[in-house]
Design a protein around this ligand. Structure first.
Ligand SMILES: [Zn+2]
Length: 170
């Protein structure tokens, strides 16, 4: 599996390096998703499966606010440089992929986490009720818009563009 991981990461570095500095966030997302589909065995490995990256592969990007992402221009240049320079172990690879996909898909609310104080909470939604839930990516604390604790019964999904518009986040 070590060789597989090395090959996957080297290809990731190649495809990211091939992105133009003018690439749109949607282009970056599709490129990472294609790479994840090609190297889908990575998703099942210990150190990766904990990040539930599969849910990002399954998203229909037309419903998500990827075009609003800050991952373009200068930030894209910095991202490309970081990827080119890093030699990563498996959890490191999983983390950079997760962080990048979140930056592309998840809008941050201008709020502080009541538990750990981190500024900027990810905006998610319950899959069925579509209720907005704000989650802290530092400590995992999650709450509804009215600040009631999220009871955690349903697996959260990134909020869709429609939900974000209705609730005033974009
Ligand atoms: Zn927190």
């Amino acid at each position: 599996m070590k060789i597989y991981v090395k090959k996957a990461w080297e290809e990731f570095q190649r495809v990211i390096a091939s992105l133009s500095n003018e690439a749109r966030p949607e282009d970056v997302f599709l490129l990472i998703r294609d790479w994840l589909i090609k190297y889908d065995k990575l998703l099942l490995l210990d150190g990766v499966k904990e990040y539930s990256l599969q849910k990002y592969v399954e998203l229909n990007i037309n419903y998500y606010p990827i075009r609003y992402s800050s991952l373009k221009g200068e930030e894209l240049t910095v991202f490309k440089r970081n990827v080119a320079l890093s030699h990563r172990d498996l959890p490191g690879i999983a983390r950079i992929i997760r962080d990048t996909l979140e930056q592309l898909i998840i809008v941050e609310a201008d709020e502080y986490c009541p538990q750990c104080g981190k500024y900027g909470l990810g905006v998610y939604q319950e899959p069925h009720s579509k209720q907005i839930v704000l989650e802290c990516n530092q400590c995992g604390y999650a709450m509804y818009k009215d600040k009631h604790l999220y009871d955690g019964k349903e697996r959260l999904l990134p909020a869709t563009e429609e939900s974000l518009q209705i609730s005033g986040y974009i």
